[in-house]
Design a protein around this ligand. Structure first.
Ligand SMILES: NC(=O)c1ccc[n+]([C@@H]2O[C@H](COP(=O)([O-])OP(=O)(O)OC[C@H]3O[C@@H](n4cnc5c(N)ncnc54)[C@H](O)[C@@H]3O)[C@@H](O)[C@H]2O)c1
Length: 297
């Protein structure tokens, strides 16, 4: 957003991975999650807790906090007038529903900071792709979100987790947490993964890169970034086996003033939809959603 790659207006206060200590509890708070001086971790997107989407656990898509849009967040383009946390004080709206009180002390402070966005986002990728024990997963991107997605697949019992990136330190970290590093500067990542699997694709795929994906060699060669916004989506469609599921926590936007072409500037990307259709790929495991609805009924 600060690079002008979204429709964010000047004056927006960023900061959506927030943690802090309660200074004052507002009068509208019904059941204070905690009292003054308690430390809180605040989810980056939040929910009033009353709309239909809350009942089915889709907390990123509140339809009441930000009229005309599904979802509210701190300091985030299109997600309401809520001010972000890169400030001395932060108002936490609907705190009854949207804050995690932390235990006293600062021993685990650095770990808790991951809970505002990065870890749940990565985990959500694995959850919505329906990653199950014994499965194989291709995770594109080994930034904070991709590493947490890969780690989430590992802790959910996936048998093989491929972590695709081209930044050595990030791939080393992926290997440390139990994933198989795939450097896309060395060869087509889809071919690398398939050749390790006797020509087969993976059960699941996660895009933790988003629309600022780059082609092989670009940053490693120290040159201009060669941005290819649809590359990871199409590689996912190629690498996931027929009837497999894919999930996209990586960011895609409906308006990108710095888009590589006129279509990308409108968020319109050319993806191999025919191939996706032919392979029967899924964006979400419907069974799990039904299970969730049943549990919440
Ligand atoms: N859905 C959500 O709620 C949510 C929350 C947080 C972040 N995000 C998005 O998730 C994405 C990742 O976030 P991050 O903080 O890890 O970003 P990051 O920029 O630190 O990491 C992205 C990684 O992708 C790698 N990459 C670039 N092109 C690639 C390609 N073609 N193939 C494989 N890897 C490639 C980069 O080298 C980099 O390491 C971003 O788009 C971010 O906006 C979404």
């Amino acid at each position: 957003m600060y690079e002008g790659r979204t429709a964010a207006e000047p004056g927006i206060v960023f900061g959506h991975e927030n943690m802090g200590v309660i200074e004052e509890v507002g009068s509208a708070v019904i059941e204070p999650a905690a009292s003054a001086a308690t430390a809180l971790c605040c989810p980056s997107t939040w929910h009033a807790g009353s709309a239909r989407t809350a009942w089915v656990g889709l907390l990123g898509f509140c339809t009441t906090v930000n009229p005309g849009f599904a979802g509210g967040a701190y300091g985030y383009v299109a997600m309401g007038p809520w001010v972000g946390g890169q400030a001395e004080y932060l108002q936490v709206p609907f705190v009854d529903f949207n804050a995690l009180p932390l235990p006293a002390g600062d021993e685990h402070e650095a770990d808790f900071s991951l809970l505002a966005d990065i870890f749940p986002t990565g985990y959500h990728g694995a959850e919505l792709a329906g990653v199950r024990p014994g499965e194989s997963v291709a995770v594109f991107g080994a930034g904070p979100v991709g590493l947490m997605a890969a780690y989430s697949c590992v802790i959910r019992g996936a048998a093989e987790v491929y972590s695709v990136d081209h930044v050595k330190e990030r791939l080393d970290k992926a290997e440390q947490i139990g994933a198989i590093p795939i450097n896309y500067d060395e060869a087509d990542p889809v071919e690398q993964i398939k050749s390790r699997r006797n020509g087969e694709g993976t059960d699941k795929g996660i895009d933790a890169v988003g629309y600022q994906a780059t082609s092989a060699g670009s940053s490693a060669a120290g040159g201009e970034q060669d941005e290819v916004p649809n590359i990871v989506l199409n590689q996912l469609i190629d690498v996931v086996s027929p009837t497999g599921a894919l999930r996209i926590p990586g960011l895609y936007v409906p308006a990108d003033p710095g888009g590589v072409d006129a279509q990308a500037a409108k968020g319109a990307l050319l993806i191999n939809f025919g191939k996706l259709f032919e392979k029967g790929l899924r964006f979400e495991p419907p069974v799990q959603r039904q299970e969730l609805q049943r549990l919440l009924a």
